[in-house]
Design a protein around this ligand. Structure first.
Ligand code: AMP
Length: 175
């Protein structure tokens, strides 16, 4: 099955010039959703993953499934002000401005192996900030998984050097 066939490209969303990769068309079909989950589970099943962390909101669609199938706990990474207890926080650069994400301080035990999931790798800023949160909390990032990796001029992988990265579909970014 070619998972790329199930991803919808939406030009000029949310702003002009962005080619938005819509994964709702992949996860609404059982066969493609199952295939994407199974491929990620198979890659990480013998790696001793104790926690899966995912970034809201699309990250949660796969993140919970991965945690369940890998026999791991699930940890929510959220936008500021959404988590009720004490949090670690990371601020990172966007093309215009900055963004912040948070995770509960007690979400991960010292030394636990953690899998980070997000639906898409673009510049790598979100994933790098997520790795920093996991490491602040004492976790060890055993892998980073994406459904889609945008390749070419964004150089997302460079920002994540040293980590084990898997992406199911690689899509080149046009200049
Ligand atoms: P980045 O931090 O640049 O790697 O961006 C990754 C985050 O932004 C992910 O959570 C994606 O869901 C979202 N994102 C960035 N670019 C796109 C795109 N072209 N299509 C869909 N989502 C995107």
């Amino acid at each position: 099955m070619n998972l790329e066939d199930y991803i919808r490209n939406v030009p000029d969303f949310p702003i002009k010039g962005i080619q938005f990769k819509d994964v709702t068309t992949l996860c609404k079909v059982h066969a493609s959703f199952k295939e994407s989950c199974d491929r990620l589970v198979n890659h990480f099943k013998d790696k001793g993953i104790k926690k899966v962390c995912a970034v809201e909101a699309r990250g949660y669609v796969w993140g919970g499934v991965l945690a369940y199938k890998l026999g791991a706990g699930f940890v929510l990474i959220r936008k500021p002000g959404k988590l009720p207890a004490e949090t670690f926080s990371e601020t990172y650069e966007l093309e215009y401005g900055t963004d912040t994400i948070e995770m509960h301080k007690d979400a991960i035990e010292d030394g636990e192996k953690v899998l980070l999931f997000d639906d898409l790798l673009a510049t790598g800023g979100t994933a790098k900030a997520s790795c920093n949160l996991i490491e602040k909390a004492g976790g060890s990032v055993a892998g980073i998984a994406f459904v889609i990796e945008l390749t070419g001029s964004l150089h997302g992988r460079d920002k994540l050097e040293g980590y084990d990265i898997i992406s199911l579909v690689k899509i080149p970014v046009e200049e």
